[in-house]
Write a protein that binds this ligand. Structure first.
Ligand code: ATP
Ligand code: MG
Length: 404
């Protein structure tokens, strides 16, 4: 049997980047031979094994044939006669379809090195169309390698896949998995931009797709277009080192603007609350973890409050903190503030604009959170009375802290 390194680690090594996730392909072996050598079988669909010591993945070379719609309709052939070239052909992109021998020789039948040099994401064969996950993967690689472009014929193929309804067969969990991984990359906005270009975003995330073409007031938004603004805000969240939950919240903060009645444009009064339902629906559809959803809803609902921090009355600031549930979960305040700052600076020409609102709201929260409840307890207050009394103390503390 012959063993080759394949996939992402070959690609990233040629790019001069580290990739700890190493995949191997085994040519000329049977599953029984693998088991005899101590490899442990994993997965029921494909003949994939874990190395007895390194635990890295070793897959028998295989070909795949599409038999039905969707994710499950594949027939796989992993007989020992399958060649390396045949195995590489079923892979998604040319830059992912290279192998390396133990002696360090690169085997590259489909022009992966050429496309790496030219920075092009290109499909290996028409079989690309058989698996819509490949659209998501390609968009994710665009987020990881932002100076790469998509080959025109690959974009055309993705268009035809979308038109053929392939994207409707995506498994929801997989959509979220790829989205979350894309959010963790350096240029997550590229993921959404490429999906939009291919037509897939309209199917996968129509509430987001709808933002392009929606105007905003030019005094606040020199970039005007809401989709463009959303992508700029997401990029700012990355610049600030935001975690993926904050990035997701930033992505979703203005979804309500896609639902503004035509006659109100370019004003978006009430878009905060209108944005809540589309977030909840999308998160439900794609089984997004609750902590992502909850933060996104809070940011959508409250982001204008942060922008107005310098003018808010102390009791309104308290209402904001309670709305965020910040007294029980103080970490949420920082996440919220980061998303709001990304929104404020993710606008044309405003990337470096200071956002003093963060300091104001931090100060107010510190004061409100420090209020002592001992006296109230000593007075024997309970339930709603206790709640009202502590609210009063907190408002008074915010008032003093901000001298309002
Ligand atoms: P990463 O750096 O994110 O691990 P990767 O390219 O190694 O990127 P993996 O998911 O580890 O991605 O997959 C390993 C290889 O398997 C890919 O490089 C590609 O050749 C192939 N592959 C994975 N998923 C698909 C798919 N859905 N369709 C076709 N080929 C795929
Ligand atoms: Mg990999």
């Amino acid at each position: 049997m012959d063993i080759y390194l394949v996939g992402g680690s070959v690609r990233d090594e040629l790019l001069g980047q580290d990739n700890v996730d190493r995949d191997w392909v085994v040519v000329g072996a049977t599953a029984d031979e693998m088991l005899q050598q101590g490899y442990q079988p994993v997965g029921k669909d494909f003949p994939v094994f874990l190395h007895p010591e390194s635990k890295e993945e070793y897959a028998l070379a295989r070909t795949e044939r599409k038999t039905g719609k969707g994710y499950y309709g594949f027939i796989c052939n992993a007989e020992s006669s399958v060649t390396l070239e045949e195995d590489l052909m079923r892979r998604d992109l040319t830059i992912n379809a290279m192998a390396k021998t133990a002696d360090g020789v690169i085997i590259d039948p489909y022009g992966g090195q050429r496309d790496l040099k030219a920075k092009i994401l290109r499909h290996v064969s028409p079989a690309f169309a058989e698996d819509p996950v490949r659209i998501l993967r390609l968009a994710r690689f665009a987020a990881r390698y932002p100076d790469f472009s998509v080959a025109p014929e690959t974009m055309a193929l993705m268009h035809s896949m979308v038109s053929a309804g392939e994207v409707d067969n995506l498994v929801p969990e997989r959509v979220w998995q790829e989205t979350e991984r894309a959010l963790a990359e350096h240029n997550p906005q590229q993921f959404f931009i490429i999906l939009r270009e291919s037509g897939a975003l309209e199917k996968i995330f129509p509430a987001l797709n709808r933002l392009w073409g929606v105007p905003q007031k030019i005094e606040y938004h020199p970039e005007v277009d809401t989709g463009v603004h959303t992508m700029m805000a997401l990029q700012q969240a990355v610049v600030y080192g935001a975690t993926t939950d904050v990035r997701f919240a930033t992505l979703c903060h203005d979804l309500g603007k896609g639902l503004t009645p035509e006659q109100n444009l370019p004003s978006h009064k009430g878009h905060e609350e209108r944005g809540v339902k589309p977030i909840q629906e999308w998160c439900k559809q794609y089984r997004v973890p609750n902590h992502y959803r909850d933060l996104a809803v809070k940011v959508a609902r409250w982001h204008l409050h942060a922008h107005r921090a310098a003018e808010l009355r102390p009791d309104t600031i308290l209402k904001l903190f309670k709305g965020l549930d910040a007294f029980r979960n103080p970490a949420v305040l920082e996440k919220y503030l980061l998303a709001c700052k990304a929104d404020a600076t993710g606008r044309l020409g405003l990337n470096d604009k200071p956002y003093p609102q963060v300091a104001i709201l931090r100060k107010a929260f510190l004061a409100a959170d420090n209020v002592s409840t001992q006296e109230l307890q000593a007075e024997g207050l309970q339930g709603a009375e206790f709640g009202a009394a502590i609210d009063n103390l907190r408002v008074a503390a915010i008032k003093i802290a901000l001298q309002r």
